[in-house]
Design a protein around this ligand. Structure first.
Ligand SMILES: Nc1ncnc2c1ncn2[C@@H]1O[C@H](COP(=O)(O)OP(=O)(O)O)[C@@H](O)[C@H]1O
Ligand SMILES: O=C(OP(=O)(O)O)[C@H](O)COP(=O)(O)O
Length: 408
C-alpha cells in the first residue's frame, strides 16, 4: 500500500484473536440452470485474501452478491462456494442465510482459522438501495451483523462504486481495512495516475455511451497522454472524423448511437491529436475479413485494420503505462481478433506497465494467451472505469471515514 493512502492497509486488520467480516465480489457470469460458473477469475482473486486471513488464525466470514434481483444471474452463492474452496485451498462452510438466526448462530460458533460464506447479500432488500454511508450504517443488515465482528475488510473493488450497506455501511461501525485485491487495484491505478502524459489508454468494446463519457473525463482531467479508440467506440469516432455514408449511416440510425457522434466530434475538435481514430478497419463480407479504408466502409465493422494496428502499436511503444479497456474488435470470431491481439502484443512487449479491465477484455486476453503477461488484470468493470477517470469511489470514502473514526 502506498504511503499517504487515507485508510488502513490489509495487514493492519490481521490479528488471530479477531473475527473478521470480509466483503468480496464474486459476481460472475453464470449458467444458473446447470450450476456452472463461466468465468471464475474474480473468485480466484478473492480466494487469496480469504486464505491469508484464515491462515493467520482469524475467524473469517465472507459476504458477497451475485446478480441483481429479477435478472437471470440472480442466485444463491451455493454454486460459488465450491469454487471458493478450490481456490482458497481450504474448507469453507456455507449457509443459506445472510443475517437471520441461522447465520448469526453460525457466525458466533465459527472457530479460529475457519471460513464461513454467507448467502447472496442481495437477498436482503436493503442491499440494492444506494444511499449515504451514514444511512447504510443504520440498516438491519449492518445493525444485525456488525456486533458479531471485530473488524471489516473491504476487498470488493468491482463493487466499490456502489453506496450499498455491505460496502459503505460496515466501515462506519467497525474498524476497517482494505483487502488484498483492493490494495492491488489501488497500487496499479496509482502507477497509472502518476504517469499521466506518459500513459496510453486503448478504449474499445461495446459499452459505447459509458466509454465515451469516460474518454471525455480522461481528456478533461489530462489523465492520459493519448487515447486510442477501437471496437464499437472506434466506429462512432470514425463517423465523427470522416462522416458516415453507406453501411455506417444505416448502422448509426438503427443502433441509436447516432447522437453520440456529435459528442465524439466535440471531443476531437477540443482535444485534437490526443485521440487517435482508426484509419482502416476489418469489415465482414460473407463471413470473411476484408480490410478497407475507414472513409470507405460499406459492410459491418468488426475490427481495426492493419495500418491502425501498426499505428496503435507504435503509440504503445515506450509508454510508461498502457491500459486496455474493451477489445478492439469482435474477438469472439477468430478473423476479427487480430487487432486486439496486435495491441496486446505491443503492450506486453513495449509498455513498461500494463493494465487491463472488463469481462470481455479479460476473456480475450486469456483466449489469445496474454493474460499471464499483463502486469495488472483488474477485477472491476464500471468501478475500474470510474477509478481510471479519477472519480471518487464510495467504498474508498467509507474506508477513509472508518480510519478517522477507529484508527487514531
Ligand atoms: N466493431 C465491433 N462491432 C461490434 N461489437 C464489437 C466490436 N468491437 C468489439 N465488439 C464487442 O464488444 C464486446 C465487449 O465490449 P465491452 O463489454 O465494452 O468490454 P468489456 O467487457 O471488456 O468491458 C465484445 O462482445 C465484442 O464482440
Ligand atoms: O459486476 C459488477 O460490476 P461490473 O458489471 O461493472 O463488472 C459488480 O459486481 C457490481 O454489480 P452491479 O452493477 O450489479 O452493482
Amino acid at each position: 500500500m502506498q504511503v499517504g493512502v487515507p485508510f488502513q492497509s490489509f495487514r493492519e486488520c490481521i490479528d488471530p484473536n479477531l473475527k473478521v467480516l470480509v466483503r468480496i465480489d464474486i459476481n460472475v457470469p453464470i449458467n444458473v440452470k446447470e450450476g456452472v460458473i463461466l468465468d471464475d477469475y474474480r473468485i480466484e482473486a478473492h480466494a487469496a485474501t480469504i486464505s491469508k486471513l484464515a491462515k493467520s488464525g482469524m475467524s473469517v466470514v465472507v459476504i458477497a452478491h451475485q446478480g441483481r434481483p429479477g435478472d437471470d444471474e440472480f442466485t444463491s452463492l451455493g454454486i460459488h462456494w465450491r469454487y471458493l474452496e478450490k481456490y482458497a485451498g481450504m474448507r469453507v462452510s456455507f449457509i443459506e442465510d445472510v443475517m437471520g438466526p441461522a447465520a448469526q448462530g453460525a457466525i458466533r460458533n465459527l472457530g479460529p482459522g475457519e471460513v464461513l460464506l454467507l448467502d447472496n447479500v442481495r437477498f436482503v432488500s436493503e442491499e440494492v438501495i444506494e444511499r449515504s454511508p451514514q444511512l447504510q450504517s443504520n440498516t438491519f443488515l449492518v445493525r444485525r451483523l456488525a456486533p458479531l465482528f471485530d473488524v471489516f475488510v473491504m476487498d470488493a473493488f468491482a463493487t466499490a462504486h456502489r453506496s450499498q450497506p455491505s460496502i459503505v455501511g460496515f466501515p462506519l461501525v467497525l474498524p476497517s481495512c482494505a483487502g488484498l485485491v483492493l490494495e492491488k487495484e489501488l497500487n496499479a491505478m496509482n502507477v497509472f495516475s502518476s504517469s499521466r502524459r506518459e500513459s496510453i489508454v486503448l478504449a474499445g468494446g461495446a459499452k459505447v455511451p459509458d466509454t465515451i463519457k469516460a474518454i471525455s473525463k480522461l481528456l478533461a482531467n489530462e489523465a492520459a497522454g493519448k487515447i486510442l479508440v477501437g471496437g464499437l467506440v472506434g466506429v462512432i469516432f470514425i463517423a465523427a472524423k470522416y462522416g458516415a455514408n453507406g453501411w455506417l449511416r444505416k448502422y448509426l440510425e438503427e443502433s441509436g448511437f447516432g447522437g453520440l457522434v456529435n459528442d465524439a466530434r466535440l471531443l476531437l475538435d477540443k482535444y485534437g491529436d490526443s485521440v487517435a481514430v482508426p484509419t482502416d478497419v476489418g469489415v465482414e463480407v460473407h463471413g470473411d475479413r476484408v480490410d478497407v479504408d475507414a472513409r470507405k466502409i460499406d459492410a459491418p465493422v468488426m475490427d481495426i485494420g492493419p495500418a491502425t494496428m501498426d499505428a496503435y502499436s507504435s503509440y504503445v511503444r515506450g509508454a510508461e503505462v498502457a491500459v486496455l479497456t474493451g477489445p478492439m474488435g469482435v474477438t469472439e470470431k477468430k478473423q476479427f481478433a487480430e487487432g486486439t491481439e496486435a495491441v496486446f502484443k505491443a503492450m506486453v512487449d513495449d509498455a513498461k506497465f500494463t493494465i487491463i479491465g472488463g469481462g470481455h477484455t479479460i476473456m480475450s486476453a486469456r483466449k489469445l494467451g496474454y493474460i499471464e503477461k499483463i502486469k495488472h488484470v483488474s477485477t472491476g468493470g464500471r468501478a475500474f472505469l470510474q477509478f481510471l477517470v479519477g472519480e471518487e469511489l464510495p467504498a474508498l470514502q467509507a474506508l477513509a471515514e472508518s480510519k478517522r473514526r477507529f484508527w487514531k
